[in-house]
Design a binder for this molecule. Structure first.
Ligand code: AMP
Length: 303
């Protein structure tokens, strides 16, 4: 089964209480595509970069067998550059600089060979562009959409207009509160679903995630990590693990959605252990399964 990934492709500067990383690989599409590549050999990436995008990065994506036909390279342009700084509790970050560069003119063009993709993961981009992607594809089986506070702040109505096109919508707790103006997450979830988001996942950082599907709620734990080095990409890799497990199994039952949430949490836990995409460089499917089982043990108890 094929997975179409659309999102930002970036160069990041990241500052955490533990150190600084400059000019490292980032962008929602890169995190998603790399994480998903451990589940399926059929990942297709649509994004835009400038002529300055490092060849080493292209090589890395190719080594992960990611199809780059949809990666537009604007030779005389510069790649999107994001600078972020994390606070002491790592759940809070400030965007210090957002140089959109070629990303400002991003108009996703879906190559002919991608149009029949059965699974789609829409990373954090302008919700208008997310809709434009969906207008170009033929009847996907599942569309997963992600977002971030930036789009809730600047394109709230456009984002809500996109909800009915998502089969599953993922956001974090502070974004859910921001979107609904509702401090209680269950109420916030009810409001977001009333806006048109069918299946909803609210991530709670180091406290796990909630899945809302039909009239059921599933609460997933988070993996207890003592050393979180860089939270960048945690949201994207969660979306990747969630979607890629569904791609791999091609099973959209509620029970399998629950497993997908755990695979999402597992991928996010690998991501935050190292800087940039480094936590995703030397994984194996076996390591991922081991962590999935560790999640199972975390909340297993006898009656
Ligand atoms: P996450 O930590 O999962 O929210 O995603 C982090 C990635 O999102 C970073 O690698 C950034 O390059 C990218 N990013 C930051 N701001 C934006 C934005 N406004 N639109 C798209 N991508 C962004």
């Amino acid at each position: 089964m094929s997975l179409l990934v659309v999102g930002s492709v970036a160069i990041d500067d990241i500052e955490t209480p533990f150190g600084k990383a400059v000019n490292v690989l980032g962008g929602s599409a890169v995190y998603i595509a790399v994480a998903a590549s451990y589940f399926t050999p059929n990942v297709r990436l649509v994004g835009i970069v400038g002529g300055d995008y490092p060849q080493e990065a292209i090589n890395f994506l190719k080594e992960r067998h990611i199809d780059l036909e949809g990666l537009e390279i604007v030779k005389d342009g510069k790649t999107f550059h994001w600078t972020g700084r994390y606070h002491h509790d790592l759940n809070n970050r400030d965007t210090l600089a957002l140089n959109l560069n070629v990303f400002e003119k991003f108009n996703p063009k879906i190559p002919e060979s991608y149009k029949k993709s059965k699974y789609i993961c829409l990373g954090n981009i302008d919700p208008v562009l997310q809709r434009r992607v969906l207008e170009q594809v033929e009847k996907p089986k599942l569309v997963v959409g992600d977002t971030m506070n930036f789009w809730i702040d600047t394109k709230r109505d456009e984002l809500i207009k996109t909800f009915p096109m998502f089969d599953a919508f993922i956001l974090n707790d502070s974004e859910a509160r921001l979107l609904t103006n509702e401090p209680n997450l269950l109420r916030a979830a009810r409001k977001i679903r009333a806006m048109g988001a069918k299946t909803l996942i609210i991530k709670k950082g180091e406290h796990g995630a909630l899945l809302f599907h039909e009239d059921q709620v599933f609460s997933a734990p988070a993996y207890p990590l003592e050393d979180i080095f860089d939270p960048t990409g945690a949201g994207d890799t969660f979306a990747a693990g969630f979607t890629a497990w569904l791609v791999k199994t091609d099973d959209l039952s509620y029970e399998n959605f629950k497993r997908a949430v755990i695979y999402g949490s597992a991928m996010a836990s690998f991501c935050v252990e190292k800087v940039s995409v480094d936590g995703l460089r030397d994984l194996t499917y076996l390591k991922i399964q081991d962590r999935f089982r560790a999640f199972k043990e975390l909340s297993r108890f006898e009656e």
